[in-house]
Design a protein around this ligand. Structure first.
Ligand code: PMT
Length: 218
């Protein structure tokens, strides 16, 4: 690892979407490209951390010095994250599916009736489970992707999931959020917040990692 303020720290980052299979040819996914999480992994490695990056299906090169584990579904991401623990810092930037088909079809679902209902069940909340670990991490950071009431929902998730920090971004807008190379976001913790103005995700990741170093020392 490079010399830096995170030398000796183990940082675990999740990135990208998950794909939940409906049948052998179809899945439920989302628009996450993985760019935000990959930039965070690169920034943490640049600050001297030992970084493991659990990545959903994305088309991105592995950042230098980062150990990458590829997964597809929420269940696989859950397993890979827990296999990579213990860590000092967890940063959940992945857009994990909240629901998955209860029983993926063995064969391709055939077109027949006029409508089709899917039977979905909740996936485990990886972030909340990591935050509830008995072997406590020093800092657990979640993301909140919201289309409205960004601050309110973010603070709600900070408390409900017992996180040390949540980073909220607005999604469903033309520039920023999913897929885009740039983003704007606000980090919230118990007694503070910091807004990050719109910038390339690589730059935002460096600023966020600097804040995380400050909060570790606080
Ligand atoms: O990948 P990009 O294209 O660069 O886009 C970046 C991003 C918009 C995906 C990213 O900045 C972001 O906001 N990631 C979180 C997306 C999301 O799923 O948010 P959420 O509000 O639904 O989830 C809240 C938190 O819980 C997240 O940290 C998520 O990783 C976590 N979670 C959610 C569900 C679940 N089953 N397990 C989880 O760990």
């Amino acid at each position: 690892p490079a010399p830096g303020p995170l030398q000796g720290k183990k940082v675990l980052v999740s990135a990208g979407p998950t794909y939940e299979d409906l049948d052998p040819v179809r899945f439920l996914g989302n628009r996450s490209s993985g760019k935000m999480g990959f930039a965070i992994a690169a920034a943490a490695a640049g600050m001297g951390a030992e970084v493991t990056l659990v990545a959903g299906p994305v088309h991105l090169a592995t950042p230098a010095g980062v150990q990458r584990v590829d997964v597809r579904s929420a269940a696989q991401m859950h397993q890979a994250v827990f296999a990579a623990l213990p860590a000092d810092i967890y940063i959940g930037a992945a857009a994990v599916a909240d629901y998955t088909p209860r029983q993926p079809a063995v064969n391709k679902i055939k077109k027949s009736s006029e409508s089709l209902a899917l039977d979905l069940m909740r996936t485990p909340d990886i972030l909340a489970e990591v935050a509830a670990q008995t072997q406590a991490l020093q800092l657990v950071v979640g993301f909140a992707a919201e289309t409205e009431n960004v601050a309110g929902y973010a603070r709600g998730k900070l408390e409900a999931k017992r996180l040390d920090m949540i980073v909220a971004n607005r999604v469903g807008i033309a520039d920023g959020g999913f897929e885009s190379d740039s983003n704007a976001m606000t980090a919230y913790w118990k007694d503070g917040e910091r807004a990050f103005a719109s910038a390339p995700k690589t730059e935002l990741a460096r600023q966020l990692m600097q804040l995380i170093v400050e909060r570790l020392q606080a």
